[in-house]
Design a protein around this ligand. Structure first.
Ligand code: ZN
Length: 312
């Protein structure tokens, strides 16, 4: 069995996490041959891209371009890459498409991605997983029962970041939000976000919190500030996936950065109580009007300027 090539940072992480007496292979034996490592620089960060055995040169090239596009989107949204250093472990699976991504915080942040060996350039260009995982890196880890904040921000921000980078059509993004956001509404018997760890409330309940925050921050600031400025404030205060913060601290630091109490107010509203939202009214105010398989974005709506400031 050939020894796996590991970076010094990777070794430090493994040893710091489990001690020298128990070296657990990070990958299954089938993919544990020498990975091919590429290094990217973006937004002040060094990104180490490790391809497990099973990627040919052409697929590595397509996948590297995929990561580079996601870096452009994330650096555009946050103004920098959220960490100074991160490793991406890319593993092959059968078939086509980006299958799965997971961000890990311990002992140092890294992201594991599973990619079909038949994935085409068009499928990589369409993918949301890479940007979603990068958004995770920009927010401190929170207790598991409050992962709605992590997943909700990642779910909401990834599309906006891609629209701003010219990688996704704005109408397609708003259509997706309009189609999927009802899954975040409280169901019968649900409590607030902190007490309802279902899939819908975690991903889309958290996304609903994020959208409401973005709209309110822009309304209150005359569209001069948005959710990204609160999140950039958290990053500037040293908060990222490398650290665990309690959730109220994240919101307080974000609010301080934008000079308004929006995140904390919304949290007080939604953490313990179901708080259903009038989505039909919100879309109408934003000028997002369903038109068959897409939406029309109307500039005569009361909050059209807010919508345009978010994306499109
Ligand atoms: Zn996620």
């Amino acid at each position: 069995m050939p020894c796996m090539v590991q970076s010094a940072a990777h070794r430090r992480r493994v040893l710091a996490g489990i001690g020298a007496v128990l070296l657990v292979p990070m990958w299954p034996a089938s993919v544990r041959a020498q990975p091919v490592i590429a290094e990217l620089q973006a937004g002040g960060a060094r990104i180490e891209l490790q391809f497990a055995e099973g990627f040919d040169a052409a697929l590595r090239q397509r996948a590297t371009r995929w990561v580079e596009r996601a870096l452009v989107a994330i650096v555009g949204y946050f103004g920098r890459f959220p960490l100074t250093e991160v490793e991406l472990l890319v593993q092959p699976v059968a078939g086509a498409g980006v299958r799965h991504g997971t961000a890990f915080g311990h002992p140092a942040p890294y992201v594991r991605l599973r990619v079909g060996t038949d994935t085409t350039t068009a499928q990589f260009d369409d993918d949301w997983v890479m940007v979603h995982e990068f958004v995770h890196l920009a927010v401190p880890r929170v207790p598991r029962r409050q992962s709605w904040l992590q997943e909700g921000l990642a779910t909401y921000v990834e599309g906006i970041a891609r629209v701003r980078a010219g990688q996704l059509d704005a109408a397609a993004m708003w259509h997706g939000l309009q189609r999927d956001m009802p899954q975040g509404q409280p169901q019968a018997g649900d409590a607030g976000l902190d007490h309802t760890p279902t899939w819908g409330r975690t991903y889309w309940g958290g996304a609903l919190f994020s959208l409401l925050a973005d709209v309110q921050i822009r309304r209150r600031s005359g569209v001069q500030r948005g959710l990204e400025h609160a999140l950039r404030g958290v990053l500037a205060a040293g908060g990222s996936y490398a650290d665990a913060w309690d959730l109220p601290r994240i919101l307080a630091v974000g609010d301080a950065a934008i000079g308004q109490p929006t995140l904390e107010e919304l949290y007080a509203l939604m953490k313990d109580c179901p708080a259903p939202i009038d989505l039909a009214g919100l879309w109408a105010d934003l000028g997002v009007v369903a038109r068959g398989p897409t939406v029309e974005l109307r500039d005569d709506a009361p909050l059209a300027a807010v919508r345009r400031a978010i994306a499109g």
